[in-house]
Write a protein that binds this ligand. Structure first.
Ligand SMILES: Nc1nc2c(ncn2[C@@H]2O[C@H](COP(=O)(O)OP(=O)(O)OP(=O)(O)O)[C@@H](O)[C@H]2O)c(=O)[nH]1
Ligand SMILES: [Mg+2]
Length: 274
């Protein structure tokens, strides 16, 4: 990672999140095709933390994105949470960095929009796309999952089904309550029929241009690096405690359990000991 870092900074990253089955992979597939028309090199990272087998995620996403299987300008990788030291929150940005260093112009990251770690990963992108489906209440669910705060562009996918207009209205109503200065665009798509792909692509492009113009992209990336540094430091501490203070950790665990000492004092002792 240290040697890769100087080769990064050229890719633009787009996070695509939403409820399970919302059509994230199908949309990603369409966006990849759209990007290829502009001759952009694309890396795709499909994060599936719910799957105990990365193979499961890999298979499903490969099936949906197989149009690009033989295209040397497209690289698709699936990733599950198990087996990554420090968890996905650290591993996903590293994977994005590898795809960036490999010379991709665009990196698309698909995550299921449930759970803090996933929301965090999606938030760590240059543009975040939140995928909703028709039906009253989907926007409310997304809001509960914390997705409304991170959305830069909304997609109402499966617009071939009843209720798409209601969902658009619902999102608009929610956006009216927000005082953020970026009002996300709302795009209707039918991923299975490739409808609305260009509109989505253009909406992402407008968000990108705006961020370039007002300097918010640089600020956003800086915030991300700051956050990553904190996470690396926390992870380093965690590892050092395990390696250098394993016995003390056990000892203090007993002390806290017996209520002879409080957890905060115990933690201070551990930190001091390394
Ligand atoms: N009717 C309709 N079905 C769609 C549309 N887009 C996707 N689907 C279907 O919805 C199902 C889920 O699509 P995916 O693209 O796998 O959704 P996903 O969000 O990636 O799913 P997970 O990764 O499992 O969370 C598939 O059977 C798709 O064919 C659409 O616009 N209209
Ligand atoms: Mg998927």
């Amino acid at each position: 990672m240290q040697e890769l870092y100087p080769h990064t900074g050229n890719a633009y990253s787009i996070g695509i999140t939403g409820a399970p089955g919302a059509g994230k992979s199908s949309l990603t597939d369409r966006l990849v095709a759209r990007a290829r028309r502009d001759d952009l090199k694309v890396g795709v990272l499909a994060v599936d933390p719910s799957s105990p087998f990365s193979g499961g995620a890999l298979l499903g996403d490969r099936v949906r994105m197989q149009n690009h299987a033989t295209d040397p300008g497209v690289f698709i990788r699936s990733m599950a949470s198990r087996g990554h030291l420090g968890g996905l929150a650290l591993a996903a940005p590293e994977a994005v960095r590898v795809l960036d260093a490999a010379g991709n112009d665009l990196v698309l990251i698909e995550t299921v929009g449930v759970g803090q770690a996933e929301v965090e990963i999606t938030d760590a992108c240059d543009t975040t796309v939140v995928v909703l489906n028709p039906g009253w209440g989907d926007a409310v669910q997304a809001a509960k999952a914390g997705l409304m705060e991170i959305a830069d562009v909304y997609v109402v996918n499966k617009a071939d089904r009843a209720g798409a207009k209601e969902t658009v209205r619902e999102v608009k109503a929610m956006l009216q309550m927000s005082d953020a200065d970026w009002k996300p665009e709302i795009v209707e798509t039918v991923a299975v029929k490739d409808l609305g792909t260009d509109e989505l692509w253009d909406a992402i492009g407008r968000h990108r241009s705006r961020q370039d113009e007002d300097g918010s992209l640089a600020a956003r990336r800086r915030r991300r690096i700051n956050h990553e540094l904190r996470q690396i430091v926390a992870e380093r501490f965690r590892q050092r405690v395990a390696v250098e203070a394993g016995a003390l950790l056990e000892e203090l665990t007993d002390e806290v359990s017996a209520r002879r000492i409080d957890p905060y004092t115990a933690a201070d002792k551990l930190v001091a000991s390394i």
